[in-house]
Design a protein around this ligand. Structure first.
Ligand SMILES: Cc1ncc(COP(=O)(O)O)c(C=O)c1O
Length: 348
């Protein structure tokens, strides 16, 4: 079967193999590839009964030089370990995580999109509790699964903006709850808010669940704001450019955001991770959502229906976020030197 790369959307396309590894009798078994995409699970498995489930999302890119690069998978492995600990599951060791991703890549080579398409091979690692249990509590058996899927470019054609609406009605996660973990329950809990925003033509800007005064997250992505401040000292004018991103115990620590902060710092921007009030949007020149799927999704406006205010940012993606977007994509596609060793190159 030949794949029509131009038809790849942003949805699941089944590949030849998935990779599985089980945790039984106190140890992880070796990962193996299988064509079977179905699981046989006990109806009382803790993932079904109590939501013992965590997942990840990462990509492999075919570079301009034809080589395949997996981006910062070690960070996804670490984050999944934290998610596992957050739900009292057995963490997947980093080596096993890497081995499973490489095996999934090797067994599905024909699904790695060519460079020119802008498409990528996405991996969805999944960890579930499989112990049958009706009494409330964690299980002792787990299954780690890597599901690959080629996905089309996020931006078909032009790099463009999206609009957000401020949400104070439905909390995604409690301040000291599971918001910092990538667990299915957070996403199910966010659907009412994201669907309500979509129905009005927006994406959902989550505010902190305690006071609803600060920016938390942009749907399933971190928030970035760019703020310029002119300074005068001894008759000389200079401009400070701040990269603002929320400090919150309820948001997922984004690997894209972490990478962009490094690139921004290298370009002389001042990184400020702090609580950000909604009203501060008025002082920002650029803003964006960031994550693996889009890298950067610039925001043109944010509507605050409770206050009757609309914050207008940029009509078109602004210069600073556009530069950061390109800088990160250049590393991912092998067009720029990977000075931070973020990519693992897979021989093919
Ligand atoms: C809730 C949430 N926040 C932020 C992100 C962005 O994280 P990353 O850059 O690691 O993809 C994601 C996507 O994984 C997410 O689901």
């Amino acid at each position: 079967m030949k794949i029509d790369w131009s038809q790849l959307g942003f949805h699941y396309t089944e590949t030849d193999y998935i990779v599985r590894a089980a945790y039984r009798d106190g140890h992880w078994e070796a990962p193996y590839a299988t064509r079977n995409k179905y699981l046989t699970l006990h109806v009382s498995a803790t993932c079904l009964q109590y939501g013992q489930e965590a997942f990840e999302g990462l990509k492999a890119f075919r570079g301009i030089d034809g080589k395949v690069r997996i981006f910062r998978w070690q960070e996804n492995a670490k984050r999944m370990q934290r998610s596992a600990e957050g739900l009292k599951m057995e963490p997947v060791p980093t080596e096993l995580f890497g081995e499973a991703i490489r095996l999934a890549l090797k067994k599905n080579r024909r699904f790695i999109p060519p460079y020119e398409t802008g498409a990528t091979l996405y991996f969805r690692p999944l960890l579930i509790g499989t112990t049958p249990r009706l009494g409330v509590g964690p299980g002792r058996e787990f299954e780690f699964i890597v599901i690959p899927s080629p996905i089309g470019p996020y931006y078909e054609g032009k790099f463009h903006c999206t609009s957000f609406i401020v949400n104070r009605r439905i909390d995604r996660a409690a301040p000291l709850g599971t918001g910092a973990f990538k667990v299915g329950g957070n996403y199910a809990a966010s659907f009412r808010a994201t669907e309500a925003a979509h129905a009005l033509g927006y994406d959902c800007l989550f505010t902190d669940s305690k006071t609803h005064r600060y920016i938390d997250e942009c749907s399933a992505a971190n928030f970035i704001g760019i703020k310029k401040t002119d300074r005068y000292a001894d008759g000389v004018q200079s401009t400070d450019i701040e990269y603002l991103t929320p400090r919150s115990t309820a948001i997922l620590p984004s690997i894209t955001n972490d990478s962009l902060m490094t690139l921004a710092r290298e370009r002389g921007l001042k990184i400020r991770r702090r609580k950000i009030r909604i009203e501060e949007l008025a002082d920002m020149q650029e803003a964006a959502a960031c994550g693996t799927a889009c890298v950067i999704s610039p925001i043109d406006k944010v509507v605050d229906p409770d206050k009757g205010i609309t914050y207008h940012l940029t009509d078109e993606p602004g210069p600073i976020l556009t530069e950061l977007y390109q800088a990160l994509q250049d590393i991912q596609y092998g067009r720029a030197k990977d000075t931070h060793r973020w990519c693992e190159i897979i021989d093919n």
